[in-house]
Every structure is written in structure tokens, then in C-alpha cells.
Design a binder for this molecule. Structure first.
Ligand code: WTA
Length: 662
């Protein structure tokens, strides 16, 4: 049996190595040339806009919302309290319309909306006009499968234009998409498809990754054996690799699309609070939770943060390297930049295929101006070495962003110097699946940056650092990061579990949104994120719950009990350490260790495979039976335990664990 975790605030232990952050005192003013042309050109302007956004949220957000097109104007800006706030009620709009029609029917019909490069090297360009045609065809195909407003549609695809079009087509007809990252295994698909009650799945034959093929359709077939509710599977032909097609269930997207060529598909007038999508993410306990984002608030949040934090301009070629399977891909590959009418680059494959210069080649070939990636990628580039950069000028770049985990100052400096050539602001964006859009990040023409800090809050966002009793802590001191006021793009609920939503986010600190992150705020009002304070771990920017990995381990017939913790890792941010006790009659061995690591990869996906796994007679527990993760974390990190063990039930456990290292 797996033991569940303790309360989220069990301890404010910070899982990342913080010492280098605490010494950081370098400050970089916005590069002058950049600031001169930016949307917000000075700190005074940022502060005035921020003040207005907080003092007069209704005025501020109503102006922001009115930069988009509404079929029916909203009658109120925000109603209700933190945790149940509703935005732009009375208003009707369609996010696909704001991403596509608004531009295609205006001056951007022939502007490139999406440039896509496949891993093997082929390039496709779609203008806003093309996109309008294709979202209508796709929308009609969905309707022909019986998809109606409010129906859930699962999407399990690789990075190709059809994936972005699939999201937009769902939004167009009012279907709620549930994108499942292409790196997840069949078992993870089953949970997510069944929990959200999807009756249609969109996938593709295979996708290319690191020279090989990811067999997406075959994984869907395996999953659907356990998903009785799914009626149709629509398959995009990406590679042409032969796949099994089940009669009466599976259809080719190209064949279905041909039936609707040139036909219009009207964008549904959605209520502002109608659900837009569900996206599963890991929490402290239990199964992944299906966070529900709604239409109006999410549109406005992703639109405005993209505009200001990436300082998007007409001539930009914008590239966010995230997979659309994660929230970063939803908000900042698809919805945010397209609402701004940007040209978005999408790349299908791995950063080191065929060799480690692929990203730099993409930047030079497509003249990328705004580049948004993750610290884990930056650390890989550093490891691969500077010679891969030499053939490339990277002269088109004007802004660099990061997301997903704290960036260590050394990596920040490398990014600033080697990629940005000291002329690009570094925009470190802190946010979460739950928040829908950036919460803390430097508005780049206005706010000076400090390596390792996400800097200051976005407009309308009121963060605070508190103790676990909810008391504010003084500047410079670490504590829990909460957010005090509602904002438009917050997820509204957990699909099918409104109680868990309240419990997880609004009950730890009454009246505030509990982020699950530790942070400190310095005397200049800059936020320094310090990692999760709960049992969520962050492996290469991918969010995983220790509990999910434990459940996978105990599902193995030889495992009696399992505990999983994160430990700091130079490359991945955090690595996964598993502690396992075996059922009677089974002996620890290297073969079994590997078998269990593979088992987790098969159950959840390769991203969840434990980096190290130790066998133990039993796990350290408190007298009330809770696993003492703090001790396991310390043991996994330092190889020993020095912390308080007075509540430990059986002291011998620690001694035996110490003697059982890798
Ligand atoms: C972490 C990804 C420090 C944080 C957008 C958060 C960060 C979790 C940053 C959310 C950042 C994300 N600096 N930490 N710039 N961005 N995080 O839901 O721990 O996949 O709670 O959303 O990633 O991960 P999620």
C-alpha cells in the first residue's frame, strides 16, 4: 500500500539548491534599444499601469478585454470572491475567432500564422487565411462525428500544425479539448480520457522524435481497450507509417476533411464562463486533476500577458519550444500569440537532432525574434558546449523567455550572454497550469532583471509571501507564495471534483490562492521562486506528483510499499528517487530495480522513470503512520540524515536505509 502525503504545508523545505540565488546581486536594466520601442517603456509606466490594475481592476480588465472581439459585450467585469470569481459575464465570444478570423478577415489574411518545421526538416507555412480555411474544415469534421458544444475531445498528438488546428477547431465549435502530452503512456491516457468522459480522440499515425517514431496511434489503440466511452478516433496522417484502423471507430482526418473542403463553419458564440479546455496536472495527492479553464478570462489573460511580457509586435517571429501537451503550449504556442496576430514557429522534434545545434539553426533559418524555452533546455545547451553556437549569428533575437522551474543565475547569465548577446531582456515567467497565464515576470522594456528572479507581478496580480498560518513575512525571508486577488485566467474548477479544487487551492490560506510554491520577496519587491513546498516534483520542467509514481510502483505485483521524493539534480532541476519495500518472497536485485524503473515508464511515461531506486525493509514513518518524506529527501540528496527524527516510529529504518545506498 502506498501512503499518501502529509498536508501541503507539512514543511516549507525548499527542494532546489538555493545558496547561489541568495548571493545574487546583479541587476540588468532593460536594454536601451529594446526599451525605446517597447509597449511599456519605463518603470514609471509599469508602476502606474500596475497601480491602476490593482486599484481599479474593473477598469483595467475591461479595457484589456475590449482589445478582443466580443459577439455580445459583457455586462460585468468580475463577480464573486477568490475561488469562485466569474469574469466578463453576459459577454459572448469565441477564442478561435479571436485567434484566426479577426486576423484573417482583417489586414493579416496573407500574414504567416504558423511556420512549422518537422524533425526530418520539411517546412510548412500557413497564413491566417489558410488557418481560417482549415479550422472550418476541421470544425465541420468534428461536427460530423457528433461533437457538440460542451462535449469533451481528447487530443494525443505530436507537434504539428494539425495539433494547433485541432485545439482551435474544438474552441470554434465549443467542444472542450483535453490535450494529453504525447510522452504519456497508455495507462495515463486511460485515466485522463475516462475521467473527462471523452467520446472522440484525435491522434496521428506516428510522430518523429530524435530520429525515431513515436507510435501514437498504437498507444491510443492500447488505451482504448479500457475506454468504453470513446466512439470515434480521428487520425492525422503524419508519417504515412502503416497503423491499424478499427472499422466503425477510426477515420482518417484527410479523408474526412475532403468532404468539407471550402465549407464554412460558424464560430459558436460561447458564454464567457463556458469551459474551453481541461488539462490534467499533478497535485499533492491522488490522481492527476483535470483543471478546467473557461473562455473569456483565459482569452484575456493569455492575450494580455503575451502582448506585454513578450512585447509582441507585428514583425515578430515568435518561438515557444514547449510541447502543446503542457499548459505552456496551450497558452503560449497557440492562444496567446495567435490572439496577438503573431507569426508562430512550431518545431516537431528534439533539440539535439540530428545534432545539438538544431535550435540555433532554426532561429537563424526562420529569423526568430522572440524565443521562449525552459531552464532544463538551457542547462543541456551549456553541457553540449559553446562550439555548437559558433556557426550561427542569432542576430534576429530581441527577447528571451524562460519558464517551468527556477533558473539558476549561472544559466541565466549564459542565456543572456551567449544567446542574447547582452541585448535581449531575459523574461523569466513564473506561473502554473492553474493560473492559465503568467503571474510574475518582468515587463521587458520597463522592469530591470536580476538573474534567478522572476521579478515583479503582472498587471492585476497581487502576490504575497506568508507563513503557513497566513501571516505576511518580512522582505527577504522565505515563505509560501499566495495570490490575494482574483485574476481572469484562473482555472475555475477541477473537472468532476469542485470540492478538491476548493480544498487544494483556497483552504490552506483563507482568502488567498495557495500556489504550492515557496518564494521570497526582496526589498525591491522582486520575487525569487524557491521550488514546491508540497509533493509535486519538477523534472526537466515537467510537473509530476510523487503520489502518482508511488501508485504505479505499488501496482507492480512484487512491491509492498513505495515512497518517492525529488532530489536536486544539476541537469533536470529535480531527479526522482524511489524507495521500495518488497512483498514477502521477493529479493532485491539489480534486475528487479531495472524492471521497476521500466514499469513506471510503461505505466506513466518515460518522464516519470525513477532515476534511482533503493530497496528497503520498511519506510520511515511517524508514529501516526505517515511516511517521513523529509528524511527520505535528505537521504536521497545528501546520503545521510541529520534532521529531526524524534517523531520517527522505528529508528532502525534510517540506519538500514543508510546502509543501502546505490
Ligand atoms: C514551477 C508551468 C520558478 C513552479 C507553467 C510552479 C517555476 C510549477 C517557474 C507549475 C519559474 C514554473 N520559476 N518556478 N519561472 N515556472 N515554475 O503547472 O514550481 O506545469 O508551481 O506550469 O512549475 O508547473 P506547471
Amino acid at each position: 500500500m502506498s501512503s499518501s502525503s502529509n498536508s501541503a504545508t507539512e514543511s516549507t523545505t525548499v527542494h532546489t539548491n538555493m545558496h547561489s540565488f541568495l548571493r545574487e546581486d546583479r541587476v540588468f536594466a532593460p536594454p536601451a534599444e529594446f526599451a525605446a520601442k517597447a509597449h511599456v517603456t519605463s518603470l514609471d509606466d509599469y508602476e502606474a499601469m500596475y497601480k491602476r490594475s490593482v486599484d481599479d481592476p474593473e477598469g483595467f480588465w475591461s479595457d484589456a478585454a475590449n482589445e478582443l472581439e466580443w459577439f455580445t459585450p459583457f455586462t460585468s467585469v468580475v463577480q464573486g470572491e477568490m475561488g469562485s470569481a466569474r469574469w466578463f459575464e453576459g459577454g459572448r465570444l469565441n477564442l478561435c475567432h479571436n485567434c484566426v478570423d479577426r486576423h484573417a478577415l482583417g489586414v493579416r489574411r496573407d500574414k504567416v500564422a504558423i511556420v512549422w518545421e518537422g524533425e526530418p526538416g520539411e517546412v510548412k507555412r500557413l497564413t491566417y487565411g489558410d488557418l481560417l480555411e482549415q479550422v472550418q474544415v476541421f470544425g465541420n469534421v468534428l461536427k460530423s462525428l457528433g461533437v457538440k458544444k460542451g462535449d469533451r475531445v481528447a487530443i494525443y498528438m505530436g507537434m504539428c500544425p494539425e495539433l494547433a488546428i485541432a485545439l482551435l477547431a474544438c474552441a470554434r465549435v465549443g467542444a472542450v479539448h483535453n490535450v494529453i502530452f504525447g510522452g504519456f503512456a497508455a495507462h495515463a491516457l486511460v485515466d485522463r480520457i475516462n475521467d473527462s468522459e471523452c467520446k472522440v480522440v484525435l491522434t496521428q499515425d506516428t510522430s518523429y522524435r530524435r530520429g525515431g517514431e513515436v507510435k501514437l496511434k498504437a498507444i491510443v489503440d492500447e488505451a482504448l481497450e479500457k475506454c468504453p466511452g470513446v466512439e470515434s478516433v480521428l487520425v492525422h496522417r503524419r508519417s504515412g507509417t502503416a497503423v491499424a484502423m478499427k472499422e466503425g471507430r477510426d477515420l482518417w482526418l484527410d479523408e474526412e476533411s475532403a468532404k468539407f473542403a471550402g465549407q464554412a463553419c460558424v464560430a459558436e458564440a460561447m458564454e464567457s464562463e463556458d469551459p474551453l479546455y481541461i488539462l490534467y496536472t499533478s497535485g499533492t495527492t491522488g490522481k492527476p486533476k483535470g483543471l478546467v479553464h473557461t473562455t473569456g478570462g483565459y482569452s484575456v489573460g493569455t492575450y494580455l500577458t503575451s502582448k506585454y511580457n513578450f512585447d509582441l509586435r507585428e514583425e515578430d517571429v515568435y518561438w515557444c519550444t514547449a510541447d502543446i501537451g503542457w499548459v505552456t503550449g496551450h497558452s503560449y504556442v497557440v492562444y496567446g500569440p495567435l490572439q496577438n496576430g503573431a507569426t508562430v514557429l512550431m518545431y516537431e522534434g528534439a533539440p539535439n537532432h540530428p545534432q545539438p545545434d538544431r535550435f540555433w539553426k532554426l532561429i537563424d533559418d526562420h529569423k526568430v525574434t522572440v524565443f521562449y524555452t525552459a531552464p532544463t533546455a538551457i542547462r543541456s545547451f551549456i553541457k553540449w558546449g559553446g562550439e555548437w553556437l559558433k556557426p550561427y549569428s542569432l542576430a534576429s533575437l530581441r527577447l528571451l523567455g524562460t519558464v517551468g522551474e527556477p533558473i539558476n543565475p549561472e544559466s541565466w547569465m549564459w542565456y543572456y550572454r551567449e544567446i542574447g548577446h547582452e541585448k535581449c531582456p531575459i523574461v523569466d515567467t513564473w506561473w502554473q497550469t492553474e493560473t492559465g497565464a503568467h503571474m510574475i515576470a518582468p515587463v521587458p522594456g520597463a522592469v530591470a532583471t536580476k538573474p534567478g528572479s522572476a521579478t515583479r507581478p503582472f498587471f492585476g496580480i497581487v502576490p504575497e509571501i506568508v507563513t503557513k498560518e497566513g501571516e505576511p513575512v518580512p522582505a527577504g525571508q522565505g515563505g509560501l507564495l499566495v495570490i490575494r486577488k482574483p485574476w481572469p485566467s484562473m482555472a475555475r474548477t477541477i473537472y468532476g471534483d469542485a470540492e478538491r479544487y476548493k480544498q487544494a487551492y483556497f483552504s490552506e490560506i483563507p482568502g488567498a490562492y495557495f500556489t504550492g510554491d515557496g518564494a521570497r520577496c526582496d526589498a525591491d519587491g522582486y520575487y525569487w521562486l524557491m521550488g514546491r513546498v508540497d509533493d509535486v516534483i519538477n523534472v526537466s520542467g515537467h510537473r509530476l506528483g510523487t503520489m502518482e509514481i508511488e501508485s504505479a510502483l505499488v501496482a507492480h505485483p512484487k512491491v509492498a510499499e513505495a515512497a518517492v521524493v525529488g532530489r536536486p539534480d544539476e541537469m533536470k532541476g529535480q531527479a526522482i528517487s524511489a524507495f521500495v519495500s518488497l512483498e514477502e518472497g521477493h529479493e532485491p536485485s539489480d534486475e528487479l530495480k531495472n524492471e521497476l524503473r521500466q514499469w513506471v515508464a510503461k505505466e506513466i511515461g518515460a518522464l516519470a522513470r525513477p532515476d534511482d531506486l533503493r530497496f528497503t525493509q520498511s519506510l520511515p514513518k511517524t508514529r501516526s503512520g505517515k511516511i517521513m518524506r523529509r528524511l527520505l529527501r535528505e537521504l536521497a540528496t545528501t546520503g545521510t540524515v541529520t534532521g529531526d527524527t524524534t517523531t520517527l516510529e522505528d529508528f532502525n529504518v534510517i540506519a538500514s536505509l543508510r546502509g543501502n545506498e546505490e
